[in-house]
Write a protein that binds this ligand. Structure first.
Ligand code: SAH
Ligand code: SF4
Length: 468
């Protein structure tokens, strides 16, 4: 099977390994500390685990307070203006940290992949020592080495369609749960979205490398694996091999061990009956799909360049439920897209009522410069958008509360994930298949095991259960 995976060369990766050693030598006897702060999505969380992995090999100890750090890395997000403002606000604050302690400050990720943002940091945030974009991440060792040895400010936001770096070190936060990237980038160019501009084109990892990684994780005690991609349903399209996402799910499902497989995100335009048939067939694949619909108005879906309509969306969910009656369906939706009328918005409200989502992330449209939607007329006042947001949010709250009530007394399988601060005796955080938190009482040794809980109560934040 030929593969044509767009991987970075071994020679390049070896060179980075040498830089890791070189920084480790600089750090010898210093016991340096590092703080890595992550904004945005799971892909960014996964990238930060690589950054921590690299830093660990360089001899840095991770700390959870920026005031204690010799090196601060801010992994930024660009998906909405609010995220960027938070990043910029916090990067600005770091000047006070730096006055108290001589530290090196790095900013990376999607926000600084945009040339205008990198420029802004260069000019107005002069306490930042290192800026590197998404495509420069595999060269982080070299860039940090240059920053430390020259004392000069280093900027690298190479623009690229992207490649895949295999074999980078990873320091995972959790042993029970893990993110595994199966592909990077996005080809969809939804008109509101900045992701394709900063993360490059779709590129899939070699299936065997994914299977090997998951196998190692499960052997090391991982019980919940989330496969990551901007649109996992197009996995394999760029590979010169006969594999698609359903095929990959089957390969991973066949890995021995007791674990759950999750994935995100699925684009409705590429979700197929075959995907749901495969989910139903594969016992390790969780009964849950995150399937963002973005709008219930076909006119707006067209303007968004989503390439499906609300009828197709309804049909997909109906098919999924016919195969897996208790599948949990969660979604993302944007309110206030340029030109969204009352009628368009009512379409979204109606879709939410009709589907009855198990969870919904509601976002107010945020203008991203460089995207087509940023050029569209947007006459709706902010106050109206906020009002729509609130109505949709309240509607979903009602639906979620009803769904939780419906589960009272039911026995659900949960994976105990962590010990938490005790509240009314509930000392463990567990999750059911739909990924909702279930708080339970029990021995700490249950962490990392599957068990059954009888749901006894629920709140906005999750459910409470008694172990059976
Ligand atoms: N690749 C994923 C989502 C990536 S961004 C997908 O296609 O589903 C995560 C969510 O942020 C999106 O689903 C969308 O609802 C929201 N989002 C993206 N760009 C946005 C913008 N400009 N304004 C508001 N919300 C946005
Ligand atoms: Fe953005 Fe659309 Fe790609 Fe998701 S599929 S990352 S929303 S462009």
């Amino acid at each position: 099977m030929t593969m044509k995976v767009k991987e970075l060369s071994e020679e390049m990766l070896c060179r980075q390994q040498e830089y890791i050693q070189a920084v480790a030598e600089l750090n010898q006897g210093k016991n340096p500390t590092a703080f890595v702060d992550t904004y945005g999505c799971q892909q960014n969380e996964a990238d930060s685990e690589i950054i921590r992995g690299i830093l660990q090999e360089m001899g840095y100890t991770q700390v959870s307070d920026e005031n204690d750090a010799d090196l601060i890395v801010i992994n930024s997000c660009a998906v909405r203006e609010h995220a960027e403002q938070r990043v910029l606000g916090n990067v600005g604050q770091l000047i006070h940290v730096k006055r108290k302690r001589d530290c090196v400050i790095a900013v990376c990720g999607c926000m600084v992949q945009q040339p205008a943002m990198a420029e802004k940091i260069k000019k107005s945030y002069r306490h930042v020592n290192l800026v590197f974009g998404v495509h420069a991440l595999p060269r982080f060792p070299e860039l940090l080495h240059r920053t430390l040895t020259t004392g000069k400010r280093v900027f690298d936001i190479e623009q690229s369609d992207g490649a895949i770096a295999e074999g980078l070190p990873v320091l995972r936060k959790d042993t029970t749960k893990a993110w595994v990237s199966i592909m990077y980038g996005c080809n969809n160019f939804c008109t509101y979205c900045i992701v394709p501009y900063v993360r490059g084109r779709e590129r899939s990892r070699d299936p065997q490398k994914i299977v090997d990684e998951v196998t190692r994780l499960v052997e090391a005690g991982c019980r919940d694996v989330t496969l990551l991609g901007q649109n996992v349903n197009s996995y394999g399209n760029d590979l010169d091999a006969d594999i698609d996402f359903s095929g990959l799910l089957e390969l991973i499902n066949a890995i021995p061990g007791d674990f759950r497989i999750r994935f995100m995100t699925s684009h409705p335009k590429d979700a197929t009956p075959r995907l749901f048939d495969t989910m139903a067939k594969c016992e390790k694949v969780a009964n849950h799909i995150h399937l963002p619909f973005q709008s219930g108005s076909d006119r707006i879906l067209g303007l968004m360049n989503r390439r499906y309509d609300s009828t197709k969306y309804r049909e997909l969910v109906a098919y999924a439920r016919s195969k897996m009656p208790d599948i949990s369906v969660t979604s993302d939706v944007i309110v206030g897209f340029p030109g969204e009328t009352d009628e368009d918005f009512e379409g979204t409200m109606q879709l939410v009522r009709d589907i009855g989502f198990d969870g919904l992330f509601v976002f107010i449209y945020s203008k991203r410069s460089g995207t087509p939607a940023a050029e569209m007329e947007d006459p709706i006042p902010r106050s109206e958008k906020v009002a729509r947001f609130q109505r949709l949010f309240d509607l979903q709250d009602e639906i979620t509360a009803k769904k939780s009530e419906g589960l009272l007394g039911a026995e659900v399988e949960v994976l105990v994930e962590a010990v938490q601060e005790e509240q009314d005796g509930y000392n463990l955080l567990a999750r059911c298949e739909s990924n909702r938190p279930v708080y339970v009482k029990g021995e700490k040794s249950l962490v990392g095991t599957f068990t059954k809980a009888k749901i006894s109560d629920s709140s906005k934040w999750g459910m409470y259960g008694e172990l059976v």
